[in-house]
Every structure is written in structure tokens, then in C-alpha cells.
Design a protein around this ligand. Structure first.
Ligand code: ADP
Length: 381
């Protein structure tokens, strides 16, 4: 186990691409941290810098308090699991899993001139120990029966388990995962997520995981780091990120379907909050918004999660149903009201049909308010 500290870490690739901008992040022993964001936001670059596969352009990166900026990958005691598994096709599963340790066994004799004999000895591992570690990892992952097979004879999920097993046998200080489930089908991905969570609990290891899939991030991470254009947008638990997104970007990125966002003006009229966005007018008493009353009226962005939009027979703003998506236990209903496209999440309701007329109400007490100009920060809470 190990802690990781990133202090104003940045990365500029040759050609001037600022892939990562001044990231501050402190990962504790045994924590499972997920880096998430859209394609190109810099999450893989950040992970590869932790692994030592990319140089750090600015700032310091430490593991257990020791600065790692110039330490080569093989001396960081880190194991990385890649999206493409990177298994050797000509080796069976047992050898694939043992490969890193077998190579380490040969290391002292090849390079011993460069290192002290004590250091070399500390890296030497007995063959019987390697076999025991492979068996233990295979047991943990339920792949004991596959040890004699070559990768070509494995399914995607089995290959993924072997790739994880290869990382486990190394007993590294830190596990790094770069989109490891992306090549699996949707059902298997969900199963493997649960397995990774269990594995994390069992090993108690420090894990850093990269994904572009916000659902995967929310389901796996003790904490989630949301990135955009190389900048950290929020670092928090999945629950905090969902309930109190730090800005408009996080609000719109996390959650399926995404949060409804309306640009408009918030005012306070006779003690009641009034939000208007083109022809949409929402009114209510929201005690938690009191702190911003002195700054009203002001432009802002109002965010309402689909589960906080209610469709009612009457008494709300008139709306037309554009599409109904059935998921068995729930429905997502796309409506149009006052020129806005709005998504509502409801329980199963056979009366809601494409093209039908409904009325819509918003639970303002659970709505979010953001600045409507950069940095689009949260206004309350
Ligand atoms: P993500 O993993 O979030 O998709 P990356 O970390 O791979 O994003 O890339 C971040 C940015 O850095 C992107 O704009 C990408 O094009 C750029 N980039 C990545 N690798 C290189 C490279 N080797 N050389 C130049 N630019 C790169």
C-alpha cells in the first residue's frame, strides 16, 4: 500500500499541448480513486505520469512522500492494467501472470554491477514463491482452470482477469488501471466492476483508475476526480459529486440522463424565488437560497436532475411529450415546455405516450444554481 501526492502537476507534450494543468491531488493508502472526464481531458496522461511512462513537465509527484519525478517506471513498485490487456499471445496464462516476476528473477544477474547486492537480493524472488503467488491470484480471480491456456483461447472477460492477475502477483504498492473494461460488453463490464470493488476491499491496495464512463467512475471510486481540458473540476466522493456538483460542467457530466440546465435570471419577489428562462417561469420558496438574495436579481444557470422533474396531470407548466423511454422499473420522458427540452424520470406510467400532453413541475428545493459565466461555479451549498 502507498499514498500518492500530486503537487501542481502539469504536462506539456512536445508541440505545446497542455494535457494536464496544475493538478493537486492527495491519494491515501488503500484508497480507490477514479480519474474521469471526456476524451482528451488528460486522464490517461495523468495516470501515465504516476506510472512513470510520461515525464512530469511541472510540479512534483511523490509516492509515500518520496519524489518520483525522475524515478524510472520499474523502480516505482507500480502495476498497470491496460485497456488492451497487453498479454503475450505465445505464453500460457500461468506464464503471462508470472512474467513480471520471472523477469525480476533474472534482473540481478544481468544488471547487478549497477546495484548494491543488498538491493539486488531484495528484488530476487524464489520460483516457488512465484508459483504460490500465481495460484493465489488465480484463486482470487476464479481463473485456476485457465492457467494452461493461451490468451487466444480466452474470452474478453477472462483475458481481463488474467491482466488483473498479472498485476496482483507483483504485489505492487499501487495498482493503476487505464480503461480496463472498455473492451467488454455492457453486462460483463458491470460484473467486472463489482469484482474490482471486491478485489480492492480484499487487497486493501491503493488503486487509481481511469475511465471516460461517469457511471463506472461513480460505482467504483471511493473518490472521483473529474477533469476537463487538463484541469481538475472536482475531487470528491461519488455522492458529493452527484449531490453538490462544483460547477456546470460536473453537473452536466455526471448522471444519466444528464441534469436539465436552464440559463436565465433569478429574482426574489415578495420573499419568493422566481427563475425565468425565456417563457419558462418557476416560482417557489427555497430557504436554502436565502444567502444569495442580496445579490438578486442576477443571471444564473438553474440545474434540475430528471428525478426532480415531476409530470402531473394538471397544476404545472404545460408540456408535450416528445419521447418515452421504458426501462421496466422506470421511465425517462423527454418533454418540451416553453421552448425547452426537458428530461423527467418517473416510475412506470402507462398513460404517458409520445405526443401526449402533460404538465411539469420542478422540485426547486433540490435544484442547483450555478454562475452563468466562467468559472460556472456553484452558487449555493
Ligand atoms: P484522455 O485520456 O483523457 O482521453 P489524454 O491524456 O490521452 O486524454 O490526452 C490529453 C491531451 O493530450 C489530448 O489533447 C491529446 O491529444 C494530447 N496527447 C496525448 N498524448 C500525446 C502525445 N504523445 N503527444 C502529443 N499530444 C498528446
Amino acid at each position: 500500500m502507498a499514498s500518492i501526492q500530486l503537487n501542481r502537476v502539469g504536462k506539456i507534450y512536445p508541440g505545446g499541448v497542455h494535457a494536464v494543468q496544475s493538478v493537486d491531488l492527495s491519494i491515501e493508502h488503500g484508497e480507490f480513486v477514479v480519474l474521469v472526464g471526456p476524451s482528451g481531458c488528460g486522464k490517461s496522461t495523468l495516470l501515465r505520469m504516476i506510472a512513470g511512462l510520461e515525464t512530469v513537465s511541472s510540479g512534483t509527484l511523490s509516492i509515500d512522500g518520496v519524489v518520483m519525478n525522475d524515478v524510472p517506471p520499474q523502480d516505482r513498485d507500480i502495476a498497470m492494467v491496460f485497456q488492451n490487456y497487453a498479454l503475450y499471445p505465445h505464453m500460457d496464462v500461468r506464464t503471462n501472470m508470472a512474467f513480471g516476476l520471472l523477469r525480476r528473477r533474472r534482473f540481478p544477474s544481468r544488471l547487478k554491477a549497477c546495484f548494491s547486492s543488498a538491493y539486488a537480493a531484495s528484488r530476487r524472488i524464489e520460483r516457488s514463491d512465484i508459483d504460490a503467488r500465481v495460484m493465489a491470484a488465480a484463486n482470487t480471480l476464479g481463473i485456476e482452470s485457465l492457467l494452461a491456456r493461451k490468451p487466444a483461447a480466452l474470452s474478453g472477460g477472462q483475458r481481463q482477469r488474467v491482466a488483473v492477475g498479472r498485476a496482483i502477483v507483483r504485489q505492487p504498492k499501487v495498482f493503476l488501471f487505464d480503461e480496463p473494461l472498455s473492451n467488454l460488453d455492457a453486462k460483463l463490464r458491470v460484473e467486472m466492476r463489482a469484482e474490482l470493488r471486491m478485489l480492492h476491499r480484499r487487497l486493501g491496495a491503493t488503486m487509481v483508475y481511469v475511465t471516460h464512463d461517469q457511471e463506472e467512475a461513480m460505482s467504483l471510486g471511493d473518490r472521483v476526480v473529474v477533469l476537463q481540458d487538463g484541469w481538475t473540476q472536482q475531487i470528491a466522493t461519488p455522492r458529493e459529486i452527484y449531490e453538490t456538483p462544483a460547477n456546470q460542467f460536473v453537473a452536466g457530466f455526471v448522471g444519466t440522463p444528464t441534469m436539465n440546465l436552464f440559463q436565465g435570471t433569478l429574482a426574489c419577489e415578495s420573499g419568493r424565488m422566481v427563475f425565468t428562462s425565456s417563457h419558462l417561469r418557476l416560482e417557489g420558496s427555497v430557504p436554502s437560497w436565502q444567502p444569495i438574495v442580496p445579490s438578486l436579481p442576477r443571471s444564473c444557470c438553474l440545474g434540475v436532475r430528471p428525478e426532480h422533474v415531476q409530470l402531473v396531470a394538471s397544476g404545472g407548466t404545460p408540456a408535450t411529450i416528445e419521447a418515452v423511454e421504458h426501462y421496466g422499473d422506470r421511465m425517462d420522458v423527454v418533454i418540451r415546455s416553453c421552448g425547452h427540452r426537458i428530461v423527467a424520470r418517473t416510475g412506470p406510467d402507462a398513460t404517458l405516450r409520445d405526443g401526449g400532453a402533460v404538465a411539469v413541475q420542478f422540485d426547486l428545493a433540490r435544484a442547483h444554481l450555478f454562475e452563468s459565466t466562467k468559472p460556472f461555479a456553484r452558487l449555493i451549498g
